[in-house]
Design a protein around this ligand. Structure first.
Ligand code: PLP
Length: 441
């Protein structure tokens, strides 16, 4: 775009995702540059990023080391296939990544997004059981209020009604656990709620209903972020793991948000001490600079495919851009930044401050619950009577006007600042939200 021209002439052609297109195009909010903790809007204002973009810019924006790595890779080799061919950067990135994962989780499949990571995890789970002679294990169990992206696999195991209801029958044979949120028992809990571990027992009921021999696996987000930060009750994930073990089901953790330091550990599996069979990731993998996802598998899963004649392809699955050189180069530079600056554990150092700051909003107008874990927070508002989502969206608009980017889902404000956030910036986010809540209807 020419210097000085910050706003495109026509906003019509771009059908925007998860957006009220007509409303947006009447009063667009455009971001034109970014650095560290800040965006700059087209009208020249600095906007403090309270959401790491979409839960993804964990190291902050436009980090020079990552930018340089992408530029250098683009100049050296823009693209190379990874079907029956390879290039060094993807292998190097895979080897670096598995060092961050629990012992035994030592294979990576590259995708381009969280949605593709979820589809990959589900497909591999089916193929794994078949490779072991248990091809009748075809069912999946997801969870109400789960978000696993927007592919047919992800919306099938996901539990968000609006993301499902107009898209037909989706994957057959999917059942859902109840979600884990209950305000009566959990309101204003700091960290993990004491109440709710028993909800994992529903898995026993569902497995018994279908018979374990028909179930391939269970997929959950360790912390269900997109539907308003639903923190797992103490003991809940441990129970899921035990039930999966009892019945031979694969446990899949969707760590597209919780991966890469969001809870103060490299992955949520480390935070909770519960190790799944498969982990899906994306977002913070490349600090969101170049789209990429990755799925991590236990050795036994990979090994189950490594049978038969060696010239035969073991898994008929992959993407043109699996392990894309630019993404892999960005990912390697991202890991360097995370490791040099201690960003995979920094959320743990800030979690206490963050928790106090979040819960200081308890007496702010309209607030009916607050939830937090690591550097994630949610502030749930009493909905405007007869107009669900409107109050939260008005708060979002007010905060944006006042220079802070927040995110809303339903009537909940969800926060996840870059992991480089300073305490004064946490205060600014909280103060801005408090002021906005005082102003909205
Ligand atoms: C837990 C989880 N899974 C999957 C996805 C989908 O990722 P993407 O939008 O990159 O397809 C998201 C996105 O927010 C997510 O939060």
């Amino acid at each position: 775009m020419p210097e000085g021209q910050q706003r495109p002439n026509n906003l019509d052609a771009f059908w925007m995702p998860f957006t009220a297109n007509r409303q947006f195009k009447q009063a667009p909010r455009l971001l034109v540059s970014a650095s560290g903790m800040y965006y700059r809007s087209d009208d020249g204002r600095e906007i403090l990023d309270g959401t790491a973009g979409l839960w993804c810019v964990n190291a902050g924006h436009c980090r020079p080391e990552i930018v340089a790595a992408i530029q250098a890779q683009a100049a050296q080799m823009d693209y190379a296939p990874t079907f029956q061919m390879g290039h060094p950067v993807a292998f190097e990135f895979a080897s670096r990544l598995v060092q961050l994962l629990p012992d035994g989780m030592d294979h990576v499949f590259f995708t381009n997004s969280g949605s593709e990571s979820v589809d990959t995890a589900l497909k591999v789970a089916l193929a794994y059981h078949r490779a072991r002679g248990e091809g009748q294990r075809t069912r999946f169990i997801g969870r109400e209020r789960g978000y696993h992206g927007v592919g047919f696999g992800g919306i099938s195991v996901g539990g968000i009604v609006t993301n499902r209801k107009v898209f037909g029958t989706m994957l057959p044979g999917v059942d859902h656990l109840p979600h884990t949120y209950d305000r009566t028992h959990q309101a204003f809990t700091r960290g993990q709620p004491d109440w709710g571990a028993h909800l994992a027992d529903e898995l026993e009921r569902i497995v018994a209903l279908h018979d374990a021999s028909t179930v391939a696996g269970v997929i959950v987000e360790p912390v269900a972020c997109s539907t308003g930060v639903l923190v797992p009750p103490k003991g809940y994930l441990e129970k899921l793991r035990a039930i999966c073990d009892r019945h031979g089901l694969l446990l899949i953790f969707d760590e597209v948000i919780t991966g890469f330091g969001r809870l103060g550990t490299p992955f949520a599996t480390d935070y909770f001490g519960v190790v799944p069979d498969i982990i899906t990731s994306a977002k913070g993998l490349t600090n969101a600079t170049v789209p990429m996802g990755a799925v991590f598998f236990q050795k036994a899963i990979y090994d189950a495919f490594m049978n038969g004649p060696e010239h035969v392809i073991e898994l008929f699955h992959g993407y043109t851009y699996s392990g894309h050189p630019l993404a892999a180069a960005a990912g390697l530079a991202t890991l360097d930044v995370y490791q040099q600056e201690g960003l995979l554990t920094r959320a743990g150092d800030l979690a206490g401050y963050w928790e106090v700051a979040m819960h200081s909003l308890r007496d702010a107008r309209h607030v009916i619950d607050i939830r937090n874990l690591g550097l994630i927070g949610a502030i749930e508002l009493e909905p405007l009577s007869g107009q669900p989502t409107k109050r939260a969206f008005s708060t979002f608009l007010k905060c944006f006007e006042q220079g802070v980017l927040i995110r809303t889902t339903g009537d909940t404000i969800a926060l996840s600042p870059p992991l480089i956030v300073e305490k004064a910036q946490i205060d600014q986010i909280v103060d801005t939200i408090r002021a906005a809540l005082a102003q909205v209807e």
